[in-house]
Design a protein around this ligand. Structure first.
Ligand code: KG4
Ligand code: ZN
Length: 357
């Protein structure tokens, strides 16, 4: 089955052709990073206008690059949410019109589930139950996946996402946007033991994440120690040490929690995906955890860690194969969550705990 995947939830317009959910025939990504950089973050209105400009040429390029004809495509999979409404709508409307015109089925895909499926390409089959850490600019969650398609959120962030913390700290240090790659590069020349940041503990004892306290601690450190913002990408030793210490604190929190939860749930596979999974310190720490637990950990290759359409096609394929289809009334859903209703903790449902995905 050839699935055309389309992704436009945030600041990447992407299209991919994937065979049987595993083989990438093409994967085209048009990033808007340069356009948003002067603003230090994604500007939603600019993002949706740019998606509108790019969607058609990018999809055409994906078809050409895969060396297939329109008539070879069996189905269309498109990101339905979560994301920015204007951005999502461009992909959703385009995908619906295309599928309707071609007379083929289409399916709306949860973007986070797409990240889970980003490991489908260059790794062995995932053995279930699995535990997936999805860390990006908008999301930080641990999912217990009892079997393919069954998701339970076991950890969530109470405030900022991990990638968002990287971006905000980078902004504070004058390092530009996006923050993750710059901080990782600076951290290579820094000493992570120079500043000891503590990992947030959640008062109700849940294994949740919190990064806003860490961000405030970095801001205080910058102020109290007179750390100068980097200019033209040149940063002093103190800034490098700070970057390394901050990165180590984020990794400790993410991987420490994953290890603790894995000790309780005893998964057969660990998955680490999402933009922050590009980070080598995170990968190394997760590999250490996997080794201690005696199970494999799968990462997407780096270009599949950040937003792309191949992962959307792979997740879509899984649902299409089960006979699921979306109908023409399907629309974008900015707050879409990845959790099967029957898996929601009764306790959480009663206490109406609100959290960000
Ligand atoms: O998955 P993604 O492309 O978009 C969202 O769905 O949010 O993730 C982007 C995020 C940004 O916050 C960026 O700073 C972070 O991933 N990121 C990294 C690295 N590369 C990207 N964070 C840490 N280390 C990296 N090397
Ligand atoms: Zn993403």
């Amino acid at each position: 089955m050839l699935v055309l995947g389309i992704e436009s939830s945030c600041d990447e317009t992407a299209a991919a052709v994937v065979r049987d959910g595993k083989e990438i025939l093409s994967s085209i990504i048009s990033s808007q990073i340069d356009m948003h950089r002067p603003y230090g973050g994604v500007v939603p209105e600019l993002a949706s206008r740019e998606h509108l400009e790019k969607i058609e040429p990018i999809v055409r390029e994906a078809i050409d690059d895969a060396n297939v004809e329109w008539s070879d495509i069996d189905a269309v999979a498109v990101t339905r949410g979560p994301g920015l409404i204007g951005s999502l709508l461009v992909g959703v409307c385009y995908a619906k019109a295309l599928a309707y015109g071609l007379g083929i089925p289409f399916i709306g895909v949860n973007h986070i589930e797409g990240h889970v499926y980003s490991v489908a390409f260059e790794n062995p089959e995932v053995e279930y139950p699995a535990l997936a850490l999805i860390v990006s600019g908008g999301h930080t969650n641990l999912f217990h996946i009892a079997e393919a398609g069954s998701y339970k959120v076991v950890s969530r962030t109470r405030d900022d996402a991990a990638g968002e913390a990287f971006d905000k700290v980078a902004k504070m240090l004058g390092l530009g946007y996006p923050g993750g790659p710059v901080i990782e590069k600076l951290a290579l020349g820094g000493d992570a033991s120079k500043v000891r940041f503590t990992t947030a503990k959640i008062s109700d004892g849940r294994p949740d994440f919190s990064f806003s306290g860490l961000k405030t601690a970095v801001a205080r450190y910058v102020r109290e120690n007179g750390i100068e913002a980097a200019s033209n990408g040149h940063a002093g030793q103190e800034t490098k040490d700070l970057a390394a210490s901050f990165q180590a604190a984020v990794v400790r929190s993410l991987v420490g929690t994953m290890e603790k939860v894995a000790g309780e749930l005893e998964p057969k596979t660990l998955i680490v995906a999402g933009g922050v999974a590009c980070n080598n310190a995170l990968r190394e720490a997760a590999e250490g955890t996997a080794k201690r637990l005696g199970i494999p950990v799968y990462f997407p290759s780096k270009h599949l860690s950040t937003d792309n359409a191949a992962m959307i096609a792979a997740a879509g394929y899984f649902h299409l194969r089960r006979g699921e289809r979306s109908d023409i009334r399907m629309t974008a859903d900015v707050t879409l969550r990845l959790q099967n209703f029957e898996n929601i903790d009764a306790e959480l449902r009663r206490s109406k705990v609100r959290y960000r995905l």
